[in-house]
Every structure is written in C-alpha cells, then in structure tokens.
Design a protein around this ligand. Structure first.
Ligand code: GLA
Length: 675
C-alpha cells in the first residue's frame, strides 16, 4: 500500500499508484499519478537535468547538477529558489523575506488517517505517509500527509506548517496540495453557479496561463463548488485520463490549473488566499484542509463512482451511510412564514395518509418572525403560532403517526432580535461602518468562543425538544464586511478561516450530543455543499430551485462528486414558484426520486387525482428506496439537452433508469430486473 525503497515513495490504492522521490537537492520530485504501475516504470520518470534553458535560474551552484526547480515536477514549492510558478505556501518571515526552502528530513508510515485537530477528517483511512520537511532559511517545519483509502481508489493530502523558529511568521497562502504533471493538453471541469442555479458543469481547456476557480462567499458556495476535475481534453464518461479533486472545506476556497511553455501543468488547491493571513507565533501550527484525489483512466464515470464510494464509506457519519431517510413534507413553499399549529397539523394529516413519514416545520416558528426582517437568534417558540410549543406540536404529529422536524438558522442574527439587543458585538460587522445587508440578517462571529457556546446552548434546547427527530440547519447569507469584534486588528485576516473552524467546533459538539438526530444542511440551497459539512450531517438541500427541469442540471452536477444519499429533492407545486413552469407530477417525481425524496407543496390544495398519484409514487419510492439510495449511480448521458442516470445494484441485476429531456421538459423512470 505504501512503500519507501531507495529514496522512492510509492502509494498504492486498489487500482492506482502515486509516486515521488527525493532528489539531489533534498526536494521532492513528483513522478507519477495514474493506474497501478511498478517501481521500474516509475523510475523512468526521474529527471537528470543536463542544462538550464535560457534565463532559468539554477537552484544552487553547489548542488552538483544543473537543477532548476522551475523545470522539475514537485510535491511542494515555495517563493524563491528558482521555481517561479505558483507556490504551495507563502509566508512573510520576521526579516521580511518570503523565500522558503523546505527540504526533506524524514518520513513515517502510520495506520489509519492522520487526524487534523481543528478540521474535519475522513474516517477509516488505511494508512498515512508523513513526510517532514525543514526550511533551510528560517527553521520552519512542514509536514506533508498522504492518507490512502485503498478500496475506493482515493488519496487524501493535507499538510501542517509548524513554526519551529523563534519568530512570528505571517502566513499569506496555505494550499492543501500542489501537484505537477510533466505534460499539457488538459482541460478542467468545474461546477459553477449561484442561488437557484447550482452545479453548472463547465469545461475549460487549459491552453496557457492559469485557469482559476474560487469561492469568496465565506462558504464553499453555489458560485463554485470545491469539486473539480483535470482531464484529457477529449475525456468522456467511459474513456480518457481523469483526475478528480475535492477539498474538504466549507469556506473560501481556490484552485488553479496552470501550464508552462515547457510542457508542464501545475494544480494547486486550498484555502482562498484572498483576504487570508494567519499570524503564526513561535511554536504555533496551522493545518490545511484535506484534499481528496482520485484518478481514472476510463473516464468520468469511474472517477465519480470512486468519489461516491469514498463519501459513503469515509465521509458520511457512519450511522447514516447506509440508513434509509424518511420521505418528508417540508412546510416552506406551502406556507412561507405564515404558519400555525392548526394549519400544519391539517397538512401533516394528509401527508401521513399519502405515506409521508416526516413533517418538517420550516422558517417562521420562533421569536416574532413573520417575514425575514426579524428574530434570527431568538430560538424560542412563538406562542401565538404554536400555543403548545415544539413539544405540544410534536406530540400531535406523533398522534397522527408522522415524525417531526424543525428548521433552524443558528449562525445568524437579526438586528431586530432580543439576542442583538443583548449582544450587538456578537455580529460580524465593522464598528462605525455601514454594513452590507443581506436578507436582513448578519452572521454571528464564530471566531468568538462565547458565541459558539451560545449557539450550542440555544440549539441544545431546540434539539432536545421531545419528538424532534430531524433538523434542517440553514445558513442564508454570505460573508461581506470581514471583521470580528472579538479579534484584535492584527488578526482580522483570519476571520473567514476562524469562522469555518468555529462552525466545525459547534457542529462537532452538537452532532456528538445528538447522534440520533437526522440533520439536513442548507445554505440558501446549495451555497455550502461540501465534504467538510458532510462529515457532520449526511444530507443537504441542494438548491432552492424546485423546478424539475432546472433540477435535472443541478442534480447532474452533484452526481460528479457526491452520492445520491447526500442531496434531497422535493416535488413541489406547479406552476413552479421559482420559474413559473408546469410539468407533470411524473416528471417531478422521476427527477426527485434520484436521491432523498421529499415533498414541498400545500396538500390541502391538491386534487384527489394528484393525491392518488403522489400516494402511488411514494409507495413505489419506498419499494425501491434501498436501491435508489445505496445503488451505484452512473450517468449514461448528460449534455445540454438530455440527462440519463442509472442506479444499479452490485451485480447489476436490477437497474432503475431516469431519462430526462430538458428540451421537452419531461422525465420518466424505467425499472429493469434481470433474473
Ligand atoms: C432558505 C432555504 C429554504 C427555506 C428558507 C426559509 O432560503 O434554502 O429552503 O428554508 O430559507 O427562510
């Protein structure tokens, strides 16, 4: 699985090999990443530089070779010392210099995954290779981690920068990976979008310079998901070399794929360096989020399946990986903020009769929230709407025979709230400056430990209400006006990363305290859909757009990196609230059934015919739920007009296919069983 032989490191998954070695200067030359190969073939990639072209710089006159780091494929690279390409890490040292020179010191192979302290880790990793590098100039230490997930053909890479010097260092860039290829001719596939338009697949040939994708919303974002691929220009579902990458991080991220005229390609990926800096005092350390990588020489389908298996077996909380989720009715589009106990129970009673298993009360149940102008932070029941409280309502739901779930948005505060009156300094805002408002709410300052404690305490009260079995954890605004009233001026560039670390701490505490609770993430739909949060909750509301035709593209995007257990899809009313489009219930159900199925419409207004169809579809879904959720989902076609997904069991004897035509605005299901 992992080998160190004559200076060569080889890392093997079931079908892939990754290899590098220590060169004469002490740097790590990247040799190979691809289908399984042997050491002899790997050695063929070793370079022995004979001359340095034109005005390239030599690493050192004294290294005994004509080595320029600019023309060497590397595992790690920094500013200065002859490589002028994009660096892995940037730091300003006490003397003002930015030239770092990390060289090999030693290595260690340990069982399992190397656990990062403050960032999420995958579970059940096979082995970890740790390479320790030492900076020749300032005495810093860098540990590079490579964890193998053998069966799923994934490798996770991360690193830790340790300030082993006696001076404070200002870290200005912290990527998780740098990966060099000795070839060009790649394209990169990314998933870009915005609110209600998540996960649009774009393919960009990397012809010259850098192709950069990033997020700066404070979250992993609907603008650009952290998932991306680097691949042969003509790679298809079944053919071509495809490298897949996904950063386990829920904040601002960045990745770039760049080429040089000398036929090299460099991939870097990690925390977005824009408005990021970290003050690293002597003896302090900072970790980079895990980057998950896979490679397939038979196209995208296989790379996506590797990611699906990886997420199911190593990211999703174990309890939920292979557990069926209840078919639910969400109250939002049927009621918006206008809810009360009587109305909700009336809708829940019909839902129960149609086979729905869980009723989710969305926004509007707390403080004096009748629209989006108030009350976030005031997590106590509005007694006018729910005179018997959460428990009274959940008891009545239980009497109807339906489960009960509640919506919360714990990371937010409205200026019009009791919480803001008591703690105005708990909001992210720059004192004395006008704030950029979004949905009349501000983000709580998760850099502040008192704020994190408050969220855990407030949510503990909601989560422990008897009968609540499901929580929808929403997060509806983006980070602007970067400023933490809790931090001093020197640490303000740490805000976005500290926010994400604070979020992970809160989620960790709450999910450990409530392991039985099914939590569904949401961020104005898919504005925080990533492997970081998926370590804490197993499913996410992938988009506020419930139009089945739009969902074909959105869900197709998710299939590239995430298994169908991770996204929830709702059948909603027509004309659709976001687009005004009308399509058949059959089409709405066919698309929504390819994941966690829910409904989001006012059942008291549904006709008898509609109810009969819904009841039949729910029964059909439950009959096939095991296969629909845990089978292997593959794309048979996904172009701008047609989308076709198939979900099959392990021996492929049973296959459910969803065929959709975007042009005709239609989708249907077929089930094929081979005996
Ligand atoms: C966000 C969510 C919706 C709904 C509303 C409630 O927009 O994405 O599903 O929960 O908030 O305010």
């Amino acid at each position: 699985m992992m080998n160190f032989e004559n200076g060569f490191f080889t890392i093997n998954t079931k079908h892939t090999t990754y290899a590098f070695h220590v060169i004469e200067t002490g740097h790590l030359e990247h040799l190979y990443y691809g289908p399984t190969t042997d050491l002899e073939s790997i050695k063929a990639h070793v370079t022995v530089p004979q001359w340095e072209p034109g005005n390239t710089a030599l690493y050192s006159q004294n290294s005994g070779t004509h080595r320029s780091l600019e023309s060497t494929a590397l595992e790690a690279s920094f500013i200065g010392k002859s490589d002028i390409r994009e660096p892995l890490i940037e730091a300003i040292c006490a003397d003002g210099s930015t030239t770092l020179d990390f060289v090999y010191k030693d290595y260690e192979i340990t069982d399992g995954m190397k656990e990062l302290r403050a960032l999420p880790n995958a579970h059940d990793g096979s082995k970890t290779l740790t390479i320790t590098l030492e900076d020749k100039n300032h005495g810093l230490t860098l540990e590079l981690y490579y964890t193998v997930f053998y069966e799923t053909d994934c490798i996770a890479r991360s690193l830790k920068l340790i300030n082993t010097s006696s001076d404070t260092v200002r870290v200005e860039r912290l990527m998780s990976i740098l990966l060099d290829f000795d070839r060009v001719g790649f394209s990169t596939t990314n998933f870009v979008g915005g609110w209600a338009k998540e996960m649009n697949r774009t393919v960009t040939p990397v012809k010259s310079g850098a192709v950069v994708h990033s997020s700066f919303t404070g979250t992993s974002s609907s603008r650009c998901n952290p998932l991306f691929f680097v691949h042969d220009e003509n790679a298809s579902e079944e053919a071509g070399l495809v490298y897949g990458f996904n950063l386990m991080y829920s904040g601002n991220h960045y990745h770039s794929v760049s080429t040089t005229i000398y036929g090299q390609t460099r991939v870097v990926s990690g925390i977005n360096p824009t408005n990021f800096a970290w003050i690293l005092a002597a003896n302090d350390e900072i970790e980079a989020p895990w980057q998950i990588m896979t490679v397939s020489d038979v196209g995208f389908r296989n790379a996506s399946l590797n990611f699906h298996h990886f997420v199911r077996n190593h990211i999703s909380p174990k309890k939920w990986s292979y557990k069926k989720r209840p078919v639910l009715l969400n109250s939002w589009e049927a009621n918006y903020f206008d809810i009360n106990e009587e109305k909700l129970l009336e809708q829940a009673a019909i839902a129960k009769d149609l086979g729905i298993e869980l009723f989710v009360m969305d926004d509007g149940w707390f403080g004096h929230r009748n629209d989006d102008t108030s009350s976030l932070g005031d997590w106590f029941v509005n007694k006018e709407k729910l005179p018997n409280g959460l428990e009274g309502l959940s008891e009545k739901m239980a009497a109807l025979g339906i489960g009960f779930g509640v919506w919360v948005e714990p990371e937010m505060i409205c200026v019009d709230s009791e919480l803001y009156k008591a703690h105005p300094d708990w909001a992210i805002a720059i004192p004395g400056m006008e704030h950029s408002e979004a949905r009349n709410q501000r983000m709580l300052d998760l850099c502040n430990p008192a704020v994190r404690d408050y969220i855990v305490e407030a949510m503990t009260k909601v989560f422990s209400a008897k009968g609540v079995t499901y929580i929808k954890w929403d997060m509806n605004r983006i980070l602007t006006d970067y400023y933490s009233p809790y931090l001093d001026s020197a640490h303000q560039q740490e805000v976005s990363h500290r926010y994400v670390l604070g979020l992970y701490e809160v989620l960790d505490n709450l999910t450990k305290a409530f392991p039985e609770l099914l939590i569904e993430g949401c961020s104005a739909g898919g504005n925080r859909f990533d492997l970081g949060v998926l370590c804490y909750y197993p499913q996410i509301w992938g988009s506020d757009n419930t139009d089945a035709v739009c969902r074909m593209t959105i869900q197709d995007g998710y299939t590239y990196g995430y298994p169908q257990t991770t996204y929830t899809n709702h059948v909603s009313v027509c004309p659709n609230h976001q687009t005004g489009r009308t399509v058949s219930l059959e089409t709405r159900y066919a698309v929504a059934s390819m994941g966690n199925l829910g409904y989001e419409l006012n059942l008291t207004q549904a006709s008898d015919e509609e109810k009969t169809i819904i009841e039949r579809e729910i029964m059909e879904y439950k009959n096939q739920q095991e296969l629909l959720l845990f089978g292997d989902l593959t794309r048979s076609s996904s172009d701008s007009e047609n989308i076709s997904w198939s979900i099959s069991n392990s021996d492929k004897s049973k296959v459910i296919t969803m065929d959709a035509s975007i042009k005709d605005e239609k989708a249907s299901l077929t089930i094929k069983v081979t005996y």
